[in-house]
Design a protein around this ligand. Structure first.
Ligand code: S3P
Length: 429
């Protein structure tokens, strides 16, 4: 669909919902399941386009992956039994697939070529190919392996002691995947802790890994053992409905089985700081990933400051937090978020310009934005720019505009949230 008209009025959102599986954890379940010899099963998998790209890549490596809805059965000969792919591994729009798979392939026994879509072609890869080269990886590509397409000749690797220059779970995970295959003990040091799903899943797959105060230690040569992975709902998808409930008068939305890993719950901290009416009920965890129910009711909001160690804990939620801030009393300042410039789109420019078309007062900064509220938003035309989270931000904005919003390229929302509009409609009654 080229464009979609969203004419919502101000109908309250009511009811409960289970959002689809976590994107980060779904990718990793396929990667570990493919590295482990034997049968791994996955429930709650996210059948979004990004995660389906990951499945396709590992099928090309000779791993059998059967999917029925959100259930996967992965039968793998183990990483040492993979076949050399006869086609290019195509990662589509998925930065996570592209960066993590480089770390996996570097320590494999096969040669492969990795490439993605036009957005991936612009995203920085040196942050991954750099440390992997220090480990002895043979990765070549455009502009000295800064950009896709990249060719990887798998082979022996050496351990690394690596201090992360940016807070990035994708970089950290690529290094950890390679470290698992390297000779010796690797150390990864993080100044600001990014999402730790890779570390937690390594433990699930029987790998010994230590993590304390931002220092991770992993001995190479360990083999993952096939297990069952139960993927919780994605808090980054839940964020759009939590924001919608906070924004639309009369709303009350309850989201069950949402992942509550503390490295991902920055959005809940931001909602609290803005004065949202919210309850969080941690129900325990089926495995190492905590989960629970989050309920939000409409309330008035106030501006806040979002910076420092909070940024990696809510990096993907900043577009929808910016929308919340347009309706909050006072000024919201977002700083230390220059990473937004190199996401699926430049999300600082995209948020400021696209919400600006609806009348929002957002001043972009090199590393964030300043948002002044509250401002009554008007209808207008918004371009998702092919970025799923900009598309969902615009759809939530349409719930509070005083006229319809035309959304260009709504289909990209299927990258992380197939069924988003159906779920939104179900809450609108
Ligand atoms: C992800 C890490 C984050 C995040 C992305 C998913 C992951 O990216 O923005 O949506 O699954 O590791 P960075 O590592 O680039 O911060």
């Amino acid at each position: 669909m080229e464009r979609m008209t969203l004419d919502y009025g101000e109908a309250a959102l009511k009811g409960s919902l289970a959002v689809p599986g976590d994107k980060s954890i779904s990718h990793r379940s396929v990667m570990f399941g493919s590295m482990a010899e034997g049968r791994t099963t996955v429930s709650g998998f996210l059948p979004g386009e990004d995660c389906l790209r990951t499945i396709d890549c590992f099928r090309s490596l000779g791993v059998r992956i059967d999917r029925e809805g959100t259930d996967l059965i992965i039968d793998s000969p183990g990483i040492d039994g993979w076949k050399e792919p006869s086609e290019i591994l195509y990662t589509g729009n998925s930065g996570t697939t592209t960066r993590l798979i480089l770390g996996v392939l570097a320590g494999s026994r096969v040669h492969s070529v990795v490439t993605g879509d036009s957005s991936i072609a612009k995203r920085p890869m040196k942050r991954v190919t750099g440390p992997l080269a220090l480990m002895g990886a043979d990765i070549r590509g455009r502009d000295d392996a800064r950009f896709t397409p990249l060719s990887v000749q798998g082979g022996p690797l050496r351990a690394i002691d690596y201090e992360m220059p940016v807070a990035s779970a994708q970089v950290k995970s690529a290094v950890l995947f390679a470290a698992l295959r390297a000779e010796g003990e690797s150390v990864v040091r993080e100044k600001e802790v990014s999402r730790d799903h890779t570390e937690r899943m390594m433990q699930n797959f029987g790998i010994r890994i230590e993590s304390e105060d931002g220092i991770i230690r992993l001995a190479g040569g360990q083999k993952p053992s096939a297990v069952h992975v139960d993927v919780p709902g994605d808090i980054s998808s839940a964020a759009f409905f939590l924001a919608a409930a906070a924004l639309v008068p009369g709303s009350r939305v309850e989201l069950g089985n949402v992942g509550l890993n503390p490295t991902r719950t920055g959005m809940l901290d931001a909602l609290e700081a803005m004065g949202a009416d919210m309850e969080v009920d941690e129900s325990g965890s089926a495995d190492s990933e905590p989960r629970g129910t989050v309920t939000v009711r409409h309330s008035s909001l106030r501006g806040t400051e979002i910076s420092g160690a909070l940024i990696p804990r809510l990096i993907d939620e900043i577009p929808v937090i910016a929308l919340l801030a347009t309706q909050a009393e006072g000024t919201t300042v977002i700083r230390d978020a220059e990473e937004l410039r190199v996401k699926e789109t430049d999300r600082i420019a995209a948020v400021a310009e696209e919400l600006g078309k609806l009348g929002a007062d957002i001043e972009p900064a090199p590393d964030g934005m300043i948002i002044r509220g509250p401002v009554k938003l008007r209808g207008g035309s918004v371009d998702s720019r092919g970025d799923h989270r900009i598309g969902m931000m615009a759809a939530v904005a349409a719930l509070i505009t005083d006229g319809p919003v035309t959304l260009e390229d709504p289909d990209c929302i299927g990258i992380s949230y197939p069924g988003f509009f159906e779920d939104l409609d179900s809450l609108r009654g």
